[in-house]
Design a protein around this ligand. Structure first.
Ligand code: AMP
Length: 280
């Protein structure tokens, strides 16, 4: 396995190999990332994992500076799993030599809802860095986690709308045994907060069960979850929202493929999660 830091070296390597599956990450890898890597290895002859904490997708006052950077551990974890050809770990100067990225990819209005409403510019930052990475790696397939459902939606629609020559492979959310979605940000949680954190998944599961049982009063179900979360000390509950899983628009009573999405803070850590509901 090689660790490559420059675009030139990555491109030189790319010319020498066949099909490539790509897993873009911000590092601080956990078992959720590993399932993306697992899917990537099965999907192409070669696998590239990128590790880059992308300043462009963090807003002012967000956790860019304190975001965990653990390249050595990440490389050890990947090496242990085996089967990855390249870790691409450029520094900021390599990816953003002009300091300000001049050409950026602006997603449509749906990216200003849900997380986008609370993190202005976030998905533009994501779409821009992913486009750059796609242009550099020239992979055949790229794996993205359903954990970040809106991000997956933005990337899938960007690839379609801009005719990018790459296939997007969605991967199921990896969870701890108590249901908490694995996330690099879980490292910020105190022991008490970590005990409380699975509450998000608990509410998603309850809402899913209610909808499956025929309850279509999505806003009532959301209010119940929000009320309980507040009582238990969660704050800045950005949204609890049921959407059409294919369009990400507000869910109607007749939709069959739904996704319930949630974002809330516990202490200073913002956690997100979601669950799909398939009524077919
Ligand atoms: P990140 O490093 O958090 O930017 O995530 C990199 C990729 O890993 C994204 O496609 C995420 O959706 C995915 N990912 C993060 N957490 C999980 C998880 N728990 N299960 C599956 N995929 C995940």
């Amino acid at each position: 396995m090689k660790i490559i830091h420059t675009i030139a070296e990555l491109r030189a390597w790319r010319k020498t190999v066949g099909t490539v599956a790509f897993v873009p990450t911000m590092g601080s890898l956990h078992a959720g990332h590993m399932s993306l890597i697992h899917a990537a290895k099965a999907a192409a002859e070669h696998t590239v994992v990128s590790i880059f904490v992308n300043r462009l997708q963090f807003g002012q006052g967000e956790d860019f500076d304190r975001y965990p950077r653990t390249l050595e551990n990440d490389a050890a974890l990947i090496a242990e799993q085996g089967g990855v050809d390249v870790i691409f770990a450029p520094d900021e100067k390599e990816l953003y030599p002009n300091v300000i990225q001049q050409y950026q990819v602006t997603p449509p209005a749906i990216a200003e809802e849900l997380c986008g409403a609370f993190r202005p510019g976030h998905f533009r930052g994501v779409a821009t860095v992913v486009t750059k990475l796609f242009n550099i790696v020239e992979a055949d397939i790229a794996c993205f986690g359903k954990k970040d459902f809106q991000q997956l939606f933005v990337i899938q629609s960007m690839v379609k709308d801009l005719n990018m020559n790459i296939q997007i492979l969605p991967v199921d959310t990896g969870r701890a045994e108590d249901g908490l979605a694995l996330s690099s940000r879980n490292a910020f949680l105190s022991a008490d907060q970590r005990n409380e954190a699975p509450r998000l998944y608990h509410h998603l599961s309850r809402m899913k069960a209610a909808i499956e049982a025929g309850d279509r009063d999505y806003s009532k179900l959301a209010v119940q979850a929000v009320t309980d979360l507040r009582v238990r000390g969660w704050h800045d509950i950005d949204y609890v929202d049921t959407r059409n899983a294919e369009t990400l628009k507000a869910a109607s009573n007749t939709d069959h493929k739904l996704v319930i999405l949630i974002a809330a803070r516990i202490g200073s850590t913002r956690l997100i999660d979601n669950i799909e509901v398939n009524l077919d």
